[in-house]
Design a protein. Structure first.
Length: 391
């Protein structure tokens, strides 16, 4: 999301400056300087402090995360991991190749999980484990991220993602599914409701929007007036440079990851409960995903809005928010809950944008209860009636 993009940019520059300083000190130490002694002999002298300072800065540049992560996060009791199971590739009508995994009983009611931007399907480690005991959990990677491949740069936008989600939802067959989306995942669900209302009416038993927004996220983040003012002179040019200079941007991202500055940037998406594995997992995914794809997705979010879309659906909605979310402020979730007919808002305490990780038991309990209510209810889906006019 844009706030973390700004933080990573600033801290990456600092990390590169530290590396440059180390390089200069090594060069100046090796070059040394010449003096003439009392006998007229030329002496080549080197200052040891330059060498040792350079070694310290280089160590920080490539090993800093080993020190930074324990300082920023608490020890784990249940570590999260970027683990995969057997998956398959699905051809989307957009032309993108979507990586999909399925977990849990094959005949159970389906739940589709859509992750946030910069991540991939492995980020659902806790929720997937909680749901798959009784549900068929379908997890996918957004195009351009993880193991999914976008058909082109133009396929990295919310309208295309909604078509991709429609293709993933088709795997549920004739069983209505609950759609769960975090951050941009929630935005994609809203786009699906806007662009494909018949699909939602016929195939969706409920929606869960997790720490998300209804409009350009620059408008619903902390310091939003400043963020919007910086969009054209700073954010847009930097993101376009990341597309054009992707190899250099990727090298910078990995150096930032190794130094720990990327961990520091991603730490702002958590509140006080974050553990080391959660911070490491999030930072690793944000680093190994292509900078060009990340930039295109952020640019697409700047041009997106779905104000009032939830008014057009009868699907029951659970809106989950973190009271400490600075990436998409809690007020955005309140607006969503007011727009959704019968929408249920739950605000999780001491949870930031990545609250579904740091407060996993609380988020998982809410989502599991919602699925139990709407996927195991004897009331037929079509009984939840209010006519929806297809677009």
């Amino acid at each position: 999301m844009p706030l973390i993009v700004l933080a990573r940019l600033a801290l990456s520059l600092i990390s590169l400056l530290v590396l440059a300083a180390a390089g200069y000190l090594l060069w100046s130490w090796h070059h040394g300087y010449w003096l003439t002694d009392g006998l007229g002999r030329a002496l080549h002298l080197r200052e040891a402090w330059r060498l040792w300072t350079a070694v310290a800065l280089l160590s920080w540049s490539f090993l800093g995360r080993l020190v930074v992560t324990p300082l920023l996060a608490r020890a784990d009791t249940e570590p999260t991991r970027a683990e995969r199971s057997a998956g398959r590739t699905l051809q989307s009508p957009t032309g993108s190749l979507l990586y999909v995994e399925e977990h849990g009983p094959a005949e159970a009611p389906p739940v589709v999980l859509t992750h946030g931007w910069g991540l991939d399907g492995t980020i659902w480690f806790y929720l997937r484990r909680a749901l798959s005991r009784r549900y068929r959990v379908i997890v996918w990677d957004l195009p351009g991220l993880g193991k999914s491949r976008a058909e082109s740069g133009g396929a990295v936008d919310l309208s295309h993602f909604a078509i991709d989600l429609k293709a993933v939802l088709a795997l549920a067959g004739d069983k209505p599914a609950v759609l769960v989306g975090h951050s941009i995942g929630g935005m994609i669900i809203q786009t699906l409701i806007r662009d494909h209302p018949k699909v939602v009416r016929d195939q969706v038993a409920g929606i869960v929007l997790v720490n998300t927004t209804y409009t350009n996220p620059l408008r619903t983040m902390i310091f939003s007036p400043l963020a919007q003012a910086l969009r054209w002179p700073l954010l847009e040019p930097v993101l376009r440079l990341a597309i054009w200079l992707q190899p250099l941007a990727w090298l910078s991202a990995w150096q930032s990851y190794l130094s720990g500055s990327a961990h520091l940037a991603n730490r702002i998406g958590f509140a006080s409960q974050v553990t080391r594995s959660q911070l490491e997992h999030t930072t690793l995914l944000a680093t190994r995903n292509p900078p060009g794809a990340l930039a295109r997705g952020n640019l697409a979010m700047f041009r997106w809005a779905a104000d009032g879309v939830l008014q057009a659906t009868t699907a029951p909605a659970l809106i989950l928010a973190g009271d400490a979310d600075i990436v998409t402020k809690c007020e955005a979730s309140r607006t969503l809950s007011r727009a959704a007919p019968g929408g249920q808002l739950e605000v999780i305490t001491d949870a930031n944008h990545m609250g579904f990780l740091e407060r996993a038991p609380a988020y998982s309990a809410e989502i599991l209860a919602f699925c139990d209510l709407h996927l195991r209810s004897p009331t037929p889906l079509n009984a939840m009636t209010r006519p929806v006019v297809d677009a």
